[in-house]
Design a protein around this ligand. Sequence first.
Ligand code: ATP
Length: 312
Amino acid sequence: MIVTVTLNPAVDIAYKVDHFKIGHGHRVEPGRKTAGGKGLNVSRVLKKLGENPVCTGFLGGNNGKWIMDQLGQEELEHTFIEIKGETRTCLAFLDEELGTQTELMEKGPVVSEEEQEEFEEVLKQLMSEAGMIIASGSLASGIPASYYREIGEWARAVHIPILLDTSGEALEKGIEGKPFLIKPNKDELCNYMNQPDLTLDEMIAAAKKICGQGVQYVLVSLGKEGAILVGNDHFLKAEIPTVQVVNPVGSGDSMLAGMAYALQKKYSLEECLKWACACGTANAMEQGTGTIQPHIVQELIRKTKITQEEKG
Ligand code: ATP
């Protein structure tokens, strides 16, 4: 069983607004409302691959109830802690004419210490049955930046691999928990290294430095350029096919789902990287976020090339 952790889910509402203009009113059709959160996207893709993941985290208020109801409709198993605060709403304004997307993202509710303790109990319980934990996204207010480090430590104590996908301070501190794998994109790795840009060699060096801190693998996603997977004593590079891109949002989440799926099946590292890239790319080919078609994933796996280099 794979458990996905989403500490700050959201009700996402996307409006189509042609000629979006700041400071002006716009009449719009009803927005498209979805249960958002990186861990939920990961779960959706895992479900499409035939897994039965369990989603956990914090949900509260009417938005929280709505998300739980949606997850029920999607037949996604969930065990969320119900909190006093209201789960956030995030708004996106899509201007198809200009090809722009403007977003307003609420920070999220405050999660109290008691609610965090309740979550610790639930997650530790889930860990007694889980084969892998995937923790993704930002931290809700009130949750210390070191929370992913703590989750990493709980997982390590019971020998369960944890895959972490977050950014900024949460990533910095999360690395100290020695997760099995982290998945920064290039920008997130640059931020971590305090650099405006990094060459491929610099990315490999940065990833190796992170591995030196106890992380087994660093999967750096590079959008249409593919990805690299760096371990302590070697690195793999994936070249992916060119495809018709419809909506790449959520490709990172889909990639993590593909990686988790393949790791769990104990495929070789090369195969794991192929699965990860194929799921990311398959998502980019769909309109929905966290959506893949398994037969397209198979086709993309066949077209993905992995090169391997030993680097001491
Ligand atoms: P997000 O935050 O939207 O989830 P991300 O920045 O974490 O995304 P990306 O690097 O954009 O992650 O994408 C993850 C993977 O998805 C890439 O490594 C690649 O395999 C695939 N992918 C993303 N964008 C494209 C694209 N335009 N064409 C083909 N594949 C893509």
